[in-house]
Design a protein around this ligand. Structure first.
Ligand code: ADP
Ligand code: MG
Length: 222
């Protein structure tokens, strides 16, 4: 599902370097990525999602060479194929919870907003414990509630690939279990692949495989 080869990436003007000779995630696989803060975990997810592109090397997702597409095609591909739970949620503060969850459907004609999609949105929110908050502004939510909205938005289009960036980092233990179950169930139901960054070592046994990102950090250049 994901195939990274000979990747080199750096931010303009920044000192950070990411070098990944080879990285693969199989279809339906659930992979956890761990590693110290600043080691490039979020950057990897952004590369896989085509939010940023590598200076060298290739990123293929579902047999599409994402790194070779132009901006507009990368964005279209991302909206259709990838559900991304961002570390900082990236909710639209001026929209209510329901409209945030439905937002992917409003920005592309590739996703059709039908009555059954709306119904699924409500039932997802219900299962996430935010069913009574659909009309609230995203601004007025706690961190944990925002996180759950971000997860609902990522799951609703039933993407083939789920990218989750510390998606349970703001949740209390009880909610964490409920939400992780939902994330895994949802992935299983559609045979989706899950690539999740986590700091939470208690969660690791639930994944098929764990990759430690410390291994990809380039030696400091002098
Ligand atoms: P992690 O998610 O593992 O904590 P990140 O991928 O967010 O790490 O960041 C890796 C490194 O890249 C860090 O040193 C960070 O400061 C730097 N970085 C992240 N985003 C940017 C950016 N937009 N511009 C410049 N440097 C960045
Ligand atoms: Mg990060």
């Amino acid at each position: 599902m994901i195939e990274v080869r000979g990747l080199h990436f750096s931010y303009p003007g920044g000192e950070f370097r990411l070098d990944i000779p080879s990285f693969d995630v199989g279809p339906g696989e659930k992979l956890a990525v761990i590693g110290p803060s600043g080691s490039g975990k979020t950057t990897l997810l952004n590369l896989v999602a085509g939010i940023v592109t590598p200076a060298r090397g290739t990123v293929r997702v579902a047999d599409v060479e994402v790194s070779a597409l132009g901006d507009a095609l990368r964005r279209a591909f991302r909206i259709r194929q990838i559900g991304f739970v961002f570390q900082d949620f990236e909710l639209l503060d001026y929209l209510n919870v329901l409209d945030n969850i439905l937002h992917p459907y409003r920005i592309t004609s590739a996703l059709r907003l039908t009555a059954s999609v709306r119904e699924r949105a409500r039932s997802l929110a219900e299962r996430m414990g935010i069913g009574d908050k659909l009309q609230r502004h995203a601004n007025d939510l706690s961190q944990g509630e925002k996180q759950r909205v971000a997860i609902c938005r990522a799951l609703l289009p039933e993407p083939r690939l789920l990218l989750a960036d510390e998606a349970t980092g703001n949740l209390d233990p009880r909610n964490k279990d409920v939400i992780l179950d939902l994330l895994f169930d949802s992935a299983d139901a559609h045979g989706a692949t899950l690539l999740a960054v986590t700091h939470d070592h208690e969660l690791l046994p639930r994944f098929d495989r764990v990759v430690d990102f410390a291994d990809y950090r380039s030696p400091a250049t002098t």
